[in-house]
Ligand binder design. Sequence first.
Ligand code: BYC
Length: 330
Amino acid sequence: MYAQIVKSTGEGVLSREEMSPEDRAFQDRIDAGEKIEPKDYMPEGYRKTLIRQIGQHAHSEIVGQLPEGNWITRAPTLERKANLLAKVQDEAGHGLYLYCAAETLGVSRDDLTEQLLSGKMKYSSIFNYPTLTWADMGAVGWLVDGAAIMNQVPLQRTSYGPYARAMVRICKEESFHQRQGFHIMMAMVNGTAEQKRMAQDALNRFWYPALMMFGPSDKDSVHSAQSMAWKIKINTNDELRQKFVDETVPQAEYLGLTIPDEALSWNEETGHYDFTEPDWSEFFDVIAGNGPCNTDRLNVRQKAWDEGAWVREAMVAHAEKKRARKLAAE
Ligand code: BYC
């Protein structure tokens, strides 16, 4: 069925004439801006694409807790610690809403987790980089959550109802996250010379990984054309990356920090910044499992999964007991 919709990876999208009558009617609903709900008809390719994207997104939220969780015990003040703790807890919540949204498509959370742990499913490349200093908490909030917002605000209008609704709350929380990161950066740049140096160093290390979060350049994006035709994605990877650069450069200037790109310049003609693209060979290497922290991240998630087995078993046993009691009372 998938092959009916997408000719093959990267080969483009079927024309209306090539679609089956059901798929054409489905496409009409999408084109009219209707939301698709779990029990509605959907082409198998649409369902699979959503499971892949929402599942990857959920995994990113969960694995995304690790680089920041690393600093909770070492936050410099009680207030910073409380803020960071709240942020990391929010990420867990985002993962849960997204796993629930994926479950409405007929996949179980256990199945998604097993696919993450076996390396079949991806999570965002950004979380395979280490967080070396407290300034990284500023850079992650400012740049990583900033990039996440840029990508996720349009997803509030994505065509699948449960995903779109989950994104509304997630975006509100991400905006607090971005501000707490920027606030840390402000404190660092207004602190000692050493603190300002740490802030610049964090920006130097996180700039290109943040640009990679938007995915490969449009010419190498295998899924964009079909995902945009189905309004699963609203913008291309390059459009969002450009928007992020345009919004972030003035913020770096305000902080008195330098974006680590000598070719960065304002282009009067296009009304956008010209910038150097990330090293795409590094990106593909990281998503293939060879980034600095891939093994660590998956080992931590595997340990959590193994150690949580008794909780899952206890919950199933409790639910079965409750069901049996209810049946006996009827
Ligand atoms: N990392 O055809 P393409 C967050 C994969 S923020 C890893 O362009 P698509 C958070 C892609 O999966 C991060 N893999 O794909 C923030 C595909 O491989 P497969 C999570 C990537 O799906 C702060 C291949 O490359 N946000 O959660 O059309 C704190 C070709 O790419 C990446 C989301 O997931 C990457 N950066 O577009 C805590 C947002 N980029 O699957 C947490 C929702 C690409 O064929 N997702 N790949 O093996 C999206 O908007 C889209 O899925 C993407 C990629 C823009 C990421």
